[in-house]
Design a protein around this ligand. Structure first.
Ligand SMILES: Nc1nc2c(c(=O)[nH]1)N[C@H]1C(S)=C(S)[C@@H](COP(=O)(O)O)O[C@H]1N2
Ligand SMILES: [Mo]
Length: 197
């Protein structure tokens, strides 16, 4: 008995250490969208990056699937206070997509079908910190959760993980996105509780 209790106790402590302050654990996957869910055909889907240099990179769905794919297991944290541990995704790293032509001191704006935007410093998405994900839990990402593809930046609050993402724009100066212009924190680190400002 004593051994079992000790086991549960240490497992709970380990979990607690993975839940940022003010967050609770959920097993569901709540849907949070500021507007209707756009339905996008994979055949019509494209992904574009506009670089400050004036260059534009663009991929069709087929081309995107030929890029190096990564399996990702991460904890996610919504500013409305739910956290979900060990979510599993498949997608393409932003390192692959951005290449080495971006200035790491710069910023990105994520653009989405439906008009949602969110801004992020490049240092928060380079070096294995962000992906364009198209698969969740071994299934094609459902439209409600951003399918065909969404941004995944798990170390920031989940509003930064733009659903139905259509492209990224490199910016020299930071510009607030949709929620960042409507009271949410500009950066959104859950460990610092950067919720609203
Ligand atoms: N395009 C788009 N992306 C979005 C949103 C949105 O309204 N539109 N909501 C954001 C918010 S506030 C959260 S918490 C997460 C929710 O993702 P989920 O619905 O898959 O849980 O998506 C983020 N990405
Ligand atoms: Mo959110």
């Amino acid at each position: 008995m004593a051994i079992i209790n000790k086991g549960f106790g240490s497992r709970r402590r380990q979990k607690d250490e993975r839940i940022p302050p003010g967050q609770y654990l959920t097993r569901d996957f709540p849907v949070l969208s500021a507007g209707p869910t756009p339905l996008i055909d994979n055949a019509e889907w494209t992904f574009e990056i506009d670089f400050l240099s004036g260059e534009r990179k663009s991929w069709s769905w087929e081309e995107f699937m030929l890029l190096p794919q990564e399996d990702i297991t991460v904890d996610i944290h919504c500013v409305t206070a739910w956290s979900k541990l060990e979510t599993t995704w498949r997608g393409v790293s932003l390192d692959v997509l951005l290449g080495d032509e971006v200035d790491p001191d710069g910023f990105l704006m994520a653009q989405c079908h439906g008009g949602y935007t969110t801004n992020v410093p490049l240092e928060d998405v380079l070096d294995g910190k962000a992906w364009i994900a198209h698969t969740y839990d071994d299934e094609p990402l459902e439209p409600e959760h951003g399918g065909p593809a969404r941004l995944l930046i798990p170390h920031l609050y989940f509003w930064k993980s733009a659903k139905w993402v259509s492209g990224l724009t490199e910016m020299a100066e930071d510009v607030p996105g949709f929620w960042e212009s409507n009271g949410y924190h500009n950066h959104g680190d859950p460990w610092k509780e950067e919720r609203y400002w």
